[in-house]
Design a protein around this ligand. Structure first.
Ligand SMILES: Nc1ncnc2c1ncn2[C@@H]1O[C@H](COP(=O)(O)OP(=O)(O)OP(=O)(O)O)[C@@H](O)[C@H]1O
Ligand SMILES: [Mg+2]
Length: 1021
């Protein structure tokens, strides 16, 4: 005999499904440890000690035995596993060995029945012993570990259930928050005093159970219907056929839990006019067994008139009227036919996957034998039905099975929009719900409700859905489940090869996978790894549920093994280091959660960090700073406090954070690294820190001087040469080059950058690209002829391996092309380049490039547009205090001047010089140029001459092409304001010369035109 673990009924040997509740009988007992969410039930007799004083021990024993017997019977009938009797307490667990989607409700129904059912026993005790028993019950739901040798369930949820029971007043049931969440609409509760529990800071929220309202958890009502027009049409056609042909049709709607079977049929029935409708429903346990759904239908029809035969008496509960299954089926058919003779009849049987064999036989009997009567037998079932009755509906001409697929993306979106109150859930979260629910309207509803109730910013599996899916997975046999769990380690998409590697003991992986596909838990997917097969979990939630069932120790081991598999099989994947690092990190974290890490676990963390660092380097190379920050931070976390790798990673993190605008974070990382490096006398990291400091100071320290920066980078360079840090050397050379350039010495800068490039080429492709990027900037501001610059930009674009570098080549190249005369083309290219930088999320650099496109517009005479761009750029640099910001403001001043807003131009020029570091030539020169022009226009020519001379002194020391041109323009402007025509002509001629030498055809052309427009000097009075 086989005892059903789900309902406790006994079945014949060899049976695969329970005859009474249809649960699978084979292989469900977990032979291994698992994590699962269960509902724990505690019950105790209050005042039993006092009772002991009043009645004889023998009688007491008898009384207690009656109580235990009663409790055990009730708990097992509802599917609980009774664990133990401690003193007078009873503990039961719902969800062991197999989880049911309604475990919480089952526990509460048991609680209610026991609470109320103790009445008759008490009356008897009152009569015999003059005493009564009073029960206290606590029910709580939570994650536990099961399948261990010693105990049926271990976890905090068990302790809390016990505490709730102890705190319950006699005769009451107290339930926990998580239980209520699962049964909310099915029960009536009142808030109770929070319960203090040992080892918990916060008291536990508790509710007093008043009554259980419904045998099943009602679904949320009132969501608007979306889609399903085609399926409704199918139902309508089937019904029209039934009526037209006066025949019986068996129509079965199949679909996974929550996909909308019941709703579809409800909508169909609502629109039905000329028909009698009778409904029956199979329940997952309890009074759902036997002919219950048929009984419901029969009762409804009898109420509408028509006589019951003796055989019907059996299912109507008349014990005297015995009938065999055949007789009952015959009688039911006759009853249905009699009703159909008057009016078309629709009989709906919902949830028939829980139906008993005899009941299912009865439906087929009616479908096969009914003649000349318009009957639509409309059955609803989850696909599990076919696991028990593969041939359901098959081989009959009058039977149709329809599989209800998930909602289309558009329909799901429509449903979300209808459920979400405007604005309460942001677009990102909606998108996540859309993706996780994968077209299941129930999942959509529950997730929207969860997010709305808890005001969350993230989604997890709602507990109701968790219960539903866990119950589904608990029906799988151990081997299938094992395959699914191994797949869940990789993620929503997993490879067959990985499963084989993670489950070496499993010899039939392919068969299991086919079976899982057939059960619609996974679907074939295009593999990412060559020569392998891939599968995708039907829902991310299924993958999460499978994963959550694994003990952490097992997860740790599987993640580690999966990482090894990845290295062996997927090393050529682009992101393989990130993936390997991620899985090693998971392995490490679970080990840490389970206890202080040993040397082995430490090593795991270090290996994870190694891979994450490689991957961070790659993220930086492609300009993805956010990813780089997260990878570097994780690596820092994983590395031991005193390791050199950790210090080095912190320096890198500081630099990336600086470029992300997180000043405080960057500083904290630098300081921590500095302290550690000092303690370890780590010269390499100390030297690198000098460079990291400089990177921050350039943008944030107004008192940094370019000369100071030059000296510091030289010092760092010497140190790094000494310790032989190639990558560090190229970094130092790069910064030296930058300071030289900012001092106005581009030729020297170029020499240093070329050296930096040489050293970086081997050591770090990312660093090499960064050097190239600064060289690109210098093409814009420097002395090289525009045509040559454009050629270099084009070449870089052709050979670049970095999106960010390519984008910069587009911005600089676009500016230069516009200057050379191809205005529209250049403008478009520069804008496209900036867009890429923005998409990469590199916002400081994006803001910085505003000066390049703004200057393009200045050159093109589009001053309003230029002004806007500079203002935007300035806003984008708001987190910085100096450096690029001062240059941006100086440009803004120039644009304001060209727009004729003299006051503003002067203010901005002052501000630029105030923000600028002392020897940063560009803002100082441009600030003076603007000031001189304003002074001249206001008629203060003497002052203008002084200031423009100062500007010239700065500019003439440099090889900055752009500044030379600005200076020439300024001189012409001042001469014009002074009314000195000849001076203006000479200045314009000088501007033509400068512009042509640079290859700026647009500027040259404009200067020439202005010169030509001057009145003929021979007519000059
Ligand atoms: N097409 C739809 N448009 C809007 N809401 C829907 C749609 N289909 C289903 N729903 C809603 O989704 C929830 C789940 O639907 P329903 O109860 O019909 O699923 P089911 O397939 O019968 O699931 P189960 O197998 O658990 O009985 C219900 O609240 C229902 O109102
Ligand atoms: Mg349903």
């Amino acid at each position: 005999m086989v005892v059903c673990s789900s309902c406790g009924a006994t079945n014949r040997d060899g049976a695969r499904f329970c005859d009474s509740c249809a649960a699978p009988l084979t292989d469900v007992r977990p032979r291994r440890e698992a994590r699962k969410t269960v509902t724990v039930f505690f019950c105790d007799v209050s005042g039993s000690t006092a009772l002991g004083e009043r009645i004889d021990p023998e009688s007491l024993r008898a009384v207690m035995a009656r109580y235990f017997e009663e409790a055990k019977t009730i708990l097992e009938r509802h599917g609980g596993t009774v664990e133990k009797f401690i003193g007078d307490a009873v503990m039961a667990v719902f969800g062991v060995p197999a989880v049911h989607e309604d475990d919480a409700l089952r526990a509460l129904r048991a609680a209610e029945e026991l609470r109320d059912g103790i009445g008759p026993l008490n009356d008897e005790l009152e009569r015999s012993y003059g005493t009564r028993l009073e029960l206290r019950i606590g029910v709580n739901t939570g994650e536990v570990v099961t399948g261990t040798e010693e105990r049926i369930a271990t976890g905090d949820a068990v302790n809390v259930a016990a505490r709730l029971e102890q705190a319950a007043p006699p005769g009451e049931v107290l339930i926990g928050d998580d239980t209520l969440r699962l049964v909310r609409d099915a029960v009536e509760v009142e808030p109770a005093e929070p319960v203090k529990a040992k080892g918990k800071a916060e008291p536990v929220t508790a509710y007093r159970l008043v009554a259980v309202r419904s045998a099943t958890r009602p679904r949320r009502a009132g969501t608007p219907m979306v889609g399903r027009d085609r399926q409704r049409k199918l139902l309508e056609d089937a019904f029209a056929n039934v009526v037209g042909e006066r025949s019986c049709q068996l129509f079965t709607v199949l679909g996974t839990a929550g996909v909308g079977k019941s709703r579809l049929v409800a909508e169909f029935l609502r629109s039905l006019e000329e028909a009698t409708v009778a409904r029956g429903r199979c329940l997952s346990y309890g009074e759902g067994v036997g002919y219950w759904p048929v009984t419901e239908v029969v009762k409804q029809l009898l109420r509408d008139g028509g006589g019951a035969t003796a055989s019907l008496g059996t299912i109507l509960g008349d014990a005297s009227a015995a009938g065999s299954p055949d007789e009952i089926a015959w009688a039911v058919r006759k009853l249905l036919e009699a009703h159909a003779a008057e009016r078309p009849l629709v009989v709906v049987f919902d949830d028939i996957h829980w139906g008993e064999p005899a009941f299912l036989d009865l439906i087929e009997h009616v479908a096969d034998l009914s003649r000349d009567a318009p009957i639509l037998l409309l059955c609803l079932a989850r696909p599990e039905l076919l696991e028990r009755r593969a041939a359901w509906g098959g081989g009959k001409l009058n039977a149709t099975n329809v599989l209800l697929e998930p909602l289309a993306v558009e329909e799901s979106r429509e449903l979300i929009e209808a459920l979400v109150e405007a604005e309460t859930i942001d677009a990102g979260l909606r998108a996540r719900i859309l993706e996780s629910a994968a077209g299941n309207p129930l999942f959509v509803e529950e997730m929207v409700a969860m997010v709305a109730e808890d005001d969350r910013s993230d989604i997890t599996v709602p507990p109701t859905i968790q219960a539903l899916l866990a119950a589904r997975l608990d029906q799988l046999d151990t081997a299938e489940r094992g395959v699914l769990e191994r797949g869940s380690i990789e993620g929503q998409v997993f490879h067959r090869g990985a499963v084989v590697a993670l489950a070496p003991e499993e010899t039939a992986v392919d068969g299991r996978l086919v079976s899982l596909v057939r059960k619609d838990l996974v679907r074939p997917e295009r593999p990412v790894v060559a020569d392998d097969e891939a599968f995708r979990f039907r829902h991310l939630l299924i993958r999460d549920t499978a994963y959550d069932g694994l003990p952490k120790a097992v997860r740790a081991e599987l993640h580690e093994r999966f990482a090894a598999w990845l290295v062996a099989h997927a090393d050529d994947l682009v992101e393989s280091d990130e993936l390997v690092g991620y899985h090693l990190e998971q392995a490490y974290r679970y080990r840490v959660e389970l206890g202080p890490p040993d040397a082995d676990a430490q090593r795991l963390g270090e290996r994870a960090a190694e891979h994450l660092l490689v991957s961070a380097e790659r993220a930086r190379a492609r300009g993805d700073s956010d990813a780089a920050v997260s990878l570097l931070s994780t690596a820092v976390e994983l590395l031991p406090a005193d390791s050199p790798e950790r210090r080095a990673a912190q320096v890198e993190l500081a630099v990336v954070l600086t470029w992300c605008g997180d000043l405080a974070g960057a500083e904290a990382a630098r300081e921590e690294a500095r302290a550690a490096a000092r303690a370890a006398a780590d010269d390499r990291v100390l030297a690198r820190l000098l460079l990291a400091d400089l990177e921050a100071q350039v943008m944030h320290a107004p008192d940094l001087t370019m000369r100071g920066g030059l000296a510091t980078s030289e010092q760092a360079l010497a140190e790094l040469e000494r310790v032989g840090d190639e990558e560090g050397i190229s970094w130092a050379l790069l910064l030296r080059g930058n300071f030289e350039a900012w001092l106005g010495r581009n030729a020297e800068a170029d020499r240093l950058w070329l050296r930096a490039l040489e050293r970086a080429e081997q050591a770090s492709p990312r660093r090499a690209n960064e050097v190239r990027m600064w060289m690109l900037w210098a093409l814009w501001w420097g002395p090289i002829h525009v045509d040559e610059c454009i050629r270099r930009c084009e070449e870089l674009k052709r050979h670049s391996t970095s999106k960010e570098l390519e984008a910069h080549a587009m911005v600089m190249g676009g500016n230069l092309k516009a200057a050379s005369g191809a205005l529209d083309e250049g403008r478009a290219e520069a804008a496209a380049g900036r867009e890429v930088i923005r998409e990469l999320g590199d916002m400081l650099r994006w803001a910085g490039t505003a000066m390049v496109v703004g200057e393009l517009e200045l050159n093109a005479g589009a001053y309003g547009r230029a002004y806007e761009l500079f203002s935007e750029g300035r806003e984008g640099l708001a987190t910085t205090a100096t450096g690029y910001l001062s240059t941006m403001v100086a440009f803004q001043a120039l644009a304001a001047l060209e727009l004729g807003r003299l006051d503003e131009a002067l203010e901005l020029a002052d501000e630029a010089e105030r923000l600028a570091q002392r020897d940063d030539i560009d803002p100082h020169a441009r600030g003076r140029i603007v000031r001189a022009r304003v002074l001249a226009r206001r008629g203060d020519l003497a002052a203008a001459d002084v200031v423009i001379r100062e500007a010239a002194e700065i500019v003439e020391e440099t090889d900055w092409g752009a500044l030379h041109l600005d200076l020439a323009w300024a001189r012409a402007d001042i001469e014009r304001a002074a009314g000195r025509r000849e001076g203006e002509r000479q200045a314009l001629e000088r501007a033509v010369e400068v512009a042509e030498a640079r290859g700026n055809r647009v500027a040259a052309e404009r200067a020439r035109r202005q010169a030509a427009e001057l009145p003929d000097p021979t007519l000059d009075g």
